[in-house]
Structures are given as structure tokens and as C-alpha cells.
Design a protein around this ligand. Structure first.
Ligand code: PHE
Length: 406
């Protein structure tokens, strides 16, 4: 695990506190490019004000994949969280206290995510943990948070199992039983497919869950699942599976994986002369998909949490602020990272104190919260119920196609 002294340090530096530098013995990996130096805040320099101490800072924790196969997920999420906390601090923080976040890079690995959660709880004593994106990583962290009674909010893990770990575990995105239904419905009703094959990532709780739901729902609608093949995250050769799939003559191929694998699968499918429409889920959401998959991913469809084409003023306002700060259009990871941090801050404002149980209660009471990726009302299972969008890849980007509501 690697510590990113990003916003934590940024905020701490702003407040004039010492920033403890922690590194581990692992060989250095490239630093995410987007990490920016702290921006000076005008009032921090006022000599008349007493210097704040550590007690004046409310520390949040974040675990993300800043390097490794899902680095794009962690980096976007980080950006969203950073923007949210910057805004919260500019608006006065929580009862005069500033917010800071300590970030650990789990290098896209579950065991590192679990270790990072433990470190945030026992060593950094954070009030709340934000993360992870990949469901398998959140599943590794959640038991630690639950046991320590530290609320954890996953921005974007969609496997239902994540929040089932316990009453301290929340999320701000929809769940896979819905997301899988959305793509099955779209394949059946809009694309009029009757024969679909699935290529699933057997190393991912997310992919397995979506596969199960799609299979069931598409069959219920009268469609036929002609083949289900599997791979393991990070594999580079998918030719055997694609050859088997080709023999079954599907019209569509559902690949509920993450962008790096999906791009390779699309390329190899094309090489093999497999002419199918590819379909997937939120795991496709990264500009990296187009960089790596280029022409091979054109024409594919994916379900997702948000579309940058959404004209809702609240959404466009978020996009404008994000673009001004980072120079890119936010993906759904960034929007959900922003939402998760804002839900945490909102709960801190309402909580009777910042103890785990009080904060847990306040988060659980989140209602009609206007997020960038939809309005959030948490149900009794600590999941929001929100619509999904279907996007189509055209000209190297995602284009909005339709919205499907639960
Ligand atoms: N939903 C995915 C998971 O649970 C993570 C993800 C969310 C990826 C949003 C991309 C965009 O593993």
C-alpha cells in the first residue's frame, strides 16, 4: 500500500501543520499525474488567526487504485473527492473545522485495500472511509470498517454483497441486480437480440454478479444465452474463449469487466472475425477504454451511472467545476467520488457528534441528496435507488442513448 499525501497533506499544509511523510519499501511506481500541489487559501495566511492544531482537522480516509490495472478508477475518484472537500472547506468546513483526507493507494489489489482500511482505522483514526471502486476491493475492506464501527461509503461498488457486510457500510451508486437488468432489457427491447454470449471475469465479484443477473433476466425476457466463457482479470489472451463464442453465433457479447480487459477482448474479437455488438456495464467507464481499444470498441453499449450529456443544471455545474480544476470531462467515477464525499460531509453536519455510531446514523438518514450522479436516498439496506443510463461508444467517446429507471 502506498500513501498518497494528497489532499490530507494539502489541507494540512494549508493549515500550517507538519505533514508526516510516510512511504513503504515497495519499489516506486509512477505517480498519478493529476496530483496537484495545494492551492493557497487566502485566509490561511492571516497572521491574526491562531494556528490550528490537529484537533481542528477532521480526517477522512480514502482507499483507491491509484496505480495498477484499475488506476483510472482510483484517479478519477480521487479527483472527485478532492473537489468536494475543497468546496466543503471553502464553505467553512464542519463547525469551523477543516476537512482533510488521507489517501492510500491499494495498487488495484484486494489485500492491499484491506490493509489500507486497517491502517486508516487503527493508525490514522479516520472518521469515515471513502472507497473502494472495485467491488472485490470494497468487500475486502468492509469487514474491517464494520468491526471497528467506522462508517465506510463506497462511491461506486455495485455488488450487492458490499453493503450486506453490515450496517456501517454504505454506497452512493445503484446495485448490480438493477444494472444487469438494464442491459438485458436494452439488448432485448432496443437491440432486438435473441442470442447473446457472455464473457465473465471470474476473479471479480462484480463481474460474476452481473453475469448471473444478465443471464437470468435475458432468459426471462425470452432471449437465449448461447455461451458463457470466463477469464481472469489481467489475462492477455482471450482467443480460446472467443473462438468458442464465435461457434455459437451470438448477435451480442456481454462483457461485464473492467476497461483494460475489455479493450483487449474487443481487439481480439475483431482479429478473430467475431462480428458481434459488445455490451457491458459501468466497468467500461474510462477514457482509457478508447485509448486502448480504439476502433475495436466502437459501436459498443454500456450501462452507467451518469452521462456528461445530462442537461440537468446540477450535473452541468459539477462538470464545469471539475473541468476548470482538472481540464477533463468527469467520468462517472469522478461524479460518484464527489457524491460520496459530499454525502459524508452532509452527514457530519447533521450528526450529533462525529463518533462512528452517530455518523453511521446520520449517513443512514440521507434523503433526497442532490448528487452529480443522481439523487440519493438510502434505503434500509444502505443502497440508493437510482436510474441508469445506457451509453454508446461513437467516435471514441460515450454518447448518451437512454435512461432506464428501476
Ligand atoms: N461497479 C464496479 C464494481 O463494483 C466499479 C465501477 C464503477 C467501475 C463505476 C467503473 C465505473 O466493481
Amino acid at each position: 500500500m502506498r500513501l498518497q499525501l494528497v489532499a490530507a497533506c494539502a489541507a494540512v499544509a494549508v493549515l500550517g501543520l507538519a505533514c508526516e511523510k510516510k512511504t513503504d519499501t515497495k519499489p516506486a511506481e509512477p505517480k498519478p499525474a493529476e496530483v496537484k500541489p495545494p492551492e493557497p487559501k487566502p485566509d490561511a495566511a492571516k497572521p491574526a488567526e491562531p494556528k490550528p492544531t490537529e484537533e481542528d482537522v477532521i480526517l477522512l480516509g480514502e482507499v483507491g487504485s491509484l496505480t495498477g490495472g484499475q488506476a483510472a478508477f482510483g484517479i478519477s475518484t480521487r479527483n472527485g473527492i478532492e473537489l468536494a472537500l475543497e468546496e466543503a472547506n471553502a464553505a467553512g468546513g464542519i463547525n469551523g473545522k477543516k476537512l482533510a483526507v488521507r489517501v492510500y493507494d491499494d495498487m488495484s489489489k484486494s489485500d492491499e485495500a484491506a490493509a489500507a482500511a486497517t491502517r486508516l482505522i487503527t493508525q490514522d483514526k479516520v472518521k469515515v472511509i471513502l472507497g473502494e471502486v472495485a467491488s472485490s476491493n470494497s468487500l475486502a475492506m468492509a469487514p474491517k470498517a464494520q468491526e471497528a464501527q467506522v462508517p465506510m461509503i463506497s462511491p461506486s461498488s455495485t455488488s450487492p454483497k458490499v453493503t450486506e457486510v453490515g450496517d456501517y457500510i454504505f454506497r452512493v451508486c445503484f446495485i448490480d441486480p438493477f444494472q444487469g437488468f438494464v442491459m438485458a432489457k436494452f439488448a432485448h427491447d432496443e437491440l432486438h437480440f435473441t442470442r447473446v454470449a457472455i464473457l465473465t471475469d471470474k476473479k471479480s465479484a462484480y463481474s460474476e454478479g452481473l453475469t448471473e443477473v444478465f443471464q437470468k433476466k435475458f432468459a426471462e425476457m425470452g432471449g437465449k444465452i448461447v455461451d458463457v466463457q470466463a477469464y481472469s482479470q489481467g489475462d492477455t489472451d482471450f482467443r480460446a474463449q472467443l473462438t468458442a463464442i464465435k461457434k455459437r453465433k451470438p448477435e451480442g457479447l456481454y462483457v461485464p469487466g473492467y476497461y483494460e480487459d475489455v479493450a483487449r477482448i474487443a481487439e481480439q474479437a475483431r482479429e478473430q472475425g467475431l462480428k458481434v455488438t459488445m455490451m457491458g456495464g459501468d466497468g467500461w467507464d474510462s477514457a482509457k477504454l478508447f485509448e486502448l481499444g480504439r476502433d475495436a470498441v466502437e459501436g459498443g453499449y454500456a450501462s452507467n451511472h451518469y452521462s456528461a450529456d445530462d442537461p440537468t443544471p446540477r450535473v452541468q455545474e459539477f462538470i464545469k467545476k471539475y473541468q476548470a480544476k482538472y481540464g477533463t470531462v468527469p467520468d462517472s467515477l469522478a461524479a460518484l467520488g464527489y457524491d460520496a464525499a459530499r454525502v459524508a460531509v452532509d452527514a457530519m453536519k447533521r450528526a450529533k457528534d462525529l463518533s462512528g455510531p452517530a455518523l453511521r446514523e446520520a449517513i443512514a438518514a440521507t434523503k433526497e441528496f442532490p448528487g452529480a450522479a443522481g439523487v440519493i436516498t438510502l434505503d434500509e439496506h444502505r443502497n440508493p435507488v437510482k436510474p441508469a443510463v445506457v451509453l454508446k461508444i461513437e467516435g471514441g467517446k460515450f454518447k448518451y442513448v437512454t435512461t432506464i429507471s428501476p
